[in-house]
Design a protein around this ligand. Structure first.
Ligand code: SD4
Length: 292
């Protein structure tokens, strides 16, 4: 009877600490994961998730999130949702629906409102200042508008061997209004099957979705690779394919966990991630890079 959680980026640490306690006390993977991601969404100083996330080119904070239950394979997702406090909870709520499980824009906002979710202006003063500065730089120095983006993604295993996966992000800084990344797309930004394991991705969504990275990683685990081998192989192969066919690859990372609590990470760039395992139940931050 094993339990644990793995998450992308250092920003997940406080959330993972919460989740680790919950899992130890017997909470479900879904509850632990939702609480952990909410903690990241609520913290105003993370510039790429929830409150404080960086806006699109119109100065609006549009958020993507998804939730997946690894027992029933239920999925819920929102894309480009504005002015709601916890997109992960709205995504989880949608995962209990039979139809209309992935809503975007105004439709997602109407659904959230009807179902009693809390409205909140997600644009902080700080995010607005960063946006103002960037707009000036883009005009004056002809810089690429697309910069700064990190998704919080987590895979969680509970004491009953149930698993859940989830993601939440404001996506690409300065994205076009209506742009949706990989994070709410099943198989690209996340995938979990309690009988195998789960994976979540971070990096340039436009490239991650070209290879359905999370699903590929879970499939490799199913074929018998260890989570570490699966994560390394899926990232390496997608990166190579992009390089060969397109001459370039964006930054791509994936973290995964199998249904025994063994975990792995693959990346083509230096990136941080957080793991808490049953062994000591103390979340630790690790740095990964393309060479192991
Ligand atoms: C996106 N994959 O919207 C997200 C952003 C991200 O590290 O994770 N960046 O494309």
């Amino acid at each position: 009877m094993s339990f644990g959680i793995i998450a992308t980026w250092r920003m997940a640490l406080e959330g993972v600490e919460k989740a680790a306690k919950m899992l130890k006390d017997g909470s479900s993977a879904g509850d632990a994961l939702e609480n952990a991601i909410m903690a990241v969404e609520d913290y105003p100083f993370y510039k790429s998730v929830g409150y404080g996330g960086l806006p699109n080119e119109n100065g609006e904070v549009e958020l993507d999130a998804a939730f997946m239950d690894g027992d029933t394979l239920s999925i819920g997702a929102v894309g480009g949702i504005r002015d709601f406090k916890n997109p992960i909870s709205i995504a989880r709520h949608l995962s209990r629906e039979r139809f209309n499980i992935f809503l975007v824009g105004i439709g997602a906002e109407e659904y959230a409102h009807k179902n009693g979710f809390e409205r909140k202006n997600m644009l902080t003063e700080r995010a607005k200042k960063i946006w103002d500065k960037r707009i000036r730089e883009i005009r004056e120095q002809n810089l690429s508008p697309y910069d700064g983006h990190d998704t919080v993604g987590m895979v969680c295993l509970d004491k009953n061997s149930s698993m859940a996966a989830g993601t939440s992000t404001s996506g690409l800084f300065m994205k076009k209004r209506g742009r949706v990344g990989d994070s709410p797309l099943s198989g690209s930004g996340f995938y979990v099957d309690s009988q195998i394991g789960g994976a979540v991705a971070t990096g340039l969504g436009e490239d991650i979705m070209k290879g359905c990275l999370s699903y590929e990683t879970v499939k490799l685990i199913e074929r018998g690779l260890s989570p570490q081998e699966a994560a390394e192989k899926s990232v390496y192969e997608l990166t190579q394919k992009l390089l060969q066919r397109r001459g370039k690859s964006g930054e791509i990372s994936v973290v995964c966990m199998d249904n025994k609590g063994r975990w792995g990470v693959g990346t083509n760039v230096e990136f941080s991630f957080v793991v808490s395992c049953e062994d000591d139940n103390v979340p630790k931050v690790y740095l990964a890079n393309p060479h192991g």
